[in-house]
Each structure stands twice: as C-alpha cells, then as structure tokens.
Design a protein around this ligand. Sequence first.
Ligand SMILES: Cc1cc2nc3c(=O)[nH]c(=O)nc-3n(C[C@H](O)[C@H](O)[C@H](O)COP(=O)(O)OP(=O)(O)OC[C@H]3O[C@@H](n4cnc5c(N)ncnc54)[C@H](O)[C@@H]3O)c2cc1C
Length: 377
Amino acid sequence: MYKTTSNAHTLTGDGMAIAYRRGVPLEDMEFFQFHPTGLAGLGILLSEAARGEGAILRNSDGERFMERYAPTLKDLAPRDVVARAMANEVREGRGSGPNKDYVLLDLTHLEPAHIDAKLPDITEFARTYLGIEPYTEPVPVFPTAHYAMGGIPTTVETEVLADNERVLPGMYAAGEVACVSVHGANRLGTNSLLDINVFGRRAGIAAAAFAAKAPWVELPESPEAETVAMLEGMRDRQDGERVADIRRALQETMDANAQVFRSEATLKQALADIAGLRERYGRASVQDKGKRFNTDLLEGIELGFLLDLAEAIVTGALERKESRGGHFREDYQNRDDVNYMRHTMAYRTESSEGSAGVRLDFKPVVITRYQPMERKF
Ligand SMILES: Cc1cc2nc3c(=O)[nH]c(=O)nc-3n(C[C@H](O)[C@H](O)[C@H](O)COP(=O)(O)OP(=O)(O)OC[C@H]3O[C@@H](n4cnc5c(N)ncnc54)[C@H](O)[C@@H]3O)c2cc1C
C-alpha cells in the first residue's frame, strides 16, 4: 500500500486481510518498519550490509549527516532513527537529485574488490535498476516500507486470538503475518528468523496435534460461495474504474501521510482519502475477464485487502498519540508509557456495502522478566 516497498508485501498482507475480514482483529498495525536504504523511487532494498562494510549516507552538501543525529552509532543507528534522519534531510532541503528527494549512499571509498566480495547484490541492484556504478558514484536511497511489526494476534504458542484473550480453536499464525509481539514496536534486523524458525515450528507442531484429535465437523452448504461471489463480483463488473489508478492513489496518500513522519492532520487526510478510494473501489473493474491465471483479477482483489489494511494502520496511528519504535508522531514526539504502554486491536466492522471502518480497542502489555526502559545509546 506504500509506493516504495522493499518486496511484494501484499503476500503477507493477504493473510492478514483474510483473517481480518473473518472477524479476527489486527494488533499494533501502526508499527510499520521503514528500512532506511531502499533504492530511491523503487524501494528495492540495499541491506544494512552496505553500511556494515563502511558505506556512508550523505546529503546534497556531501555531509555525513548521521554524525549529527546519532554521534556514536552514526550510519549504523537503528532503522527508525536512520530513516527519520534521511527523511528529515530531504524535507529540510538537503536532498539530492533533480527533485532533491533522496540522499546518497556512498561506497566510493571502498575497494571495488571488497564491494564485489561482500556486497554483490547491492552493486547489481544499483547498476540494474538505476544505472549507477557504485564503485564511482554514490547510490540514491530513501526509506522504504519493509516489515509489519503488527498483524494477526497470537499467543506464544501461535494460537490465533479472537480478542484480547479468547483463542480461536484450530487456527494458527506464524511469520510476518502474525503479531506475537516479540518485536514490540521496532523489529531488529534479522529477527524474522525468530518469527519463522521458532514460531513457524511451534505452529506446525500445534496444528498437527490439533488436527489429529479434532472431530470432523459438518461444512456449511457452499463454503466457497463467499469467495466465488467476491471474485465474480469484480470480474463481471463492466466499464468500472481501473484498479491501477486506485492503487496508485492509495500509495500516494500512504506515502505522503502515513510515512516515517505522521501527525493528526496527515493521518486524518489519509483516512479521508482511503474512504474516498473505498468508494471508488466499489466501482472498479478488471480488463482481463478470463478464468485462468488472471493476475489482473488478483491485483483487483488484493487492492481491497490493501484498503482494509491501510485503514487499520492509519486508525491505529491516529489513536496512538505518542512516538514509539517505528511509529513517529510529529505532534507527540515522546514515548508515553502512562497512556500508551498497550497494544492497539483493530476490529473490522461491516455494513451492507462492506467495511464500515475500524473499531479500535486496546490490549494490556504483558511484562515479565524485563522492565521497559528508555532507549539510550
Ligand atoms: C528485501 C528483504 C530483505 C530482508 N532481509 C531480512 C534479513 O536479512 N533477515 C531477516 O530476519 N529478515 C529479513 N527480511 C524480512 C523477512 O524476509 C520476512 O519477514 C520473512 O521472509 C517473512 O516470512 P513469512 O514466511 O512470514 O512470509 P512470506 O515470505 O511473505 O510468505 C508468505 C507466503 O504465503 C503465500 N501466500 C500468500 N497468500 C496466500 C494465499 N491466499 N494462499 C496461499 N498462499 C499464500 C505467499 O505466496 C508466500 O509464499 C527481509 C525482507 C525483505 C523484503
């Protein structure tokens, strides 16, 4: 739903959106991680390895600006800190390029042989997608939407929660789609391995054990009917608005209004835009009317999911009047443990036309061995 994303995150989004439409709440959706170094305008990820090997972020004056924002860790400060610093350089007019809308990742002081040995992907991406030679030219970069800390709420045993406490028997979620909340508001790099290896394993074991003892239940008549109606509703509609136009408008408002920096005014603008886009989506149609491998239809259906998820993200971000981890409110710049040491739980409400907005609730944070404290370097 953001214009520049570091991968096809609609895949993870599909699972969240389908569960959400089935009545499962979504937890902490406002905590979205922006990775600092996406290729400018595209979002394709240049991993931290580049800065780990010594690459330096510079603004249009050639200044190593991270020395100002994080004097100790500099370019290796946490993702949220670097992403905000980059976005701030651009909005204060020190961005590079014709539109001054990106900063530069400078590897030119590194030996070409070292770059080739340690950073082969990064150099290839820069050459292939931007026509930049990283041995001799700095690479244009800007923060890119990267990872959802929020998602389908689960217990530590990966059982899906229908509300703050009630487990949905037989439903398990693990991976980026889930919110066990081990990452809090700010996942550290590489910790998806935890999502996948620890909780994926738990989910597989638990699902197999459940299946072995669960009784057979009668299926309702035509259990597929709802999905068929969703697909055919969009495929059969004639002469509607183009899906791509609505998706682009969604990306533009999310990029402008629910990005690294957020405020009440921008988030309200995003919500109003999403409501307008939802109305347009009700008239959208696809050009390909075929029944086989119809990617046009897939994108049309996924756009509906993205609208739901964008609305949940923006509603949570509007309600969370503080800054924490990946969520930064310009109008509430400090962490507020008194009022917001709690999870948001977004419930989708329905009307006859589909979504009727989000009902937001809260869930207490469970604190065990470690007491929360201020992040300091
Ligand atoms: C460029 C990039 C670099 C990253 N680097 C790192 C890193 O170095 N270390 C790290 O820890 N994390 C990293 N991450 C994050 C990490 O890769 C992801 O969080 C992780 O891969 C998510 O895994 P997953 O299995 O939960 O979801 P996915 O990998 O998104 O898998 C979901 C699967 O579900 C399938 N699917 C979707 N909808 C349906 C449906 N309706 N029916 C059936 N199947 C469906 C999809 O096709 C897909 O195969 C990176 C992410 C990106 C984008």
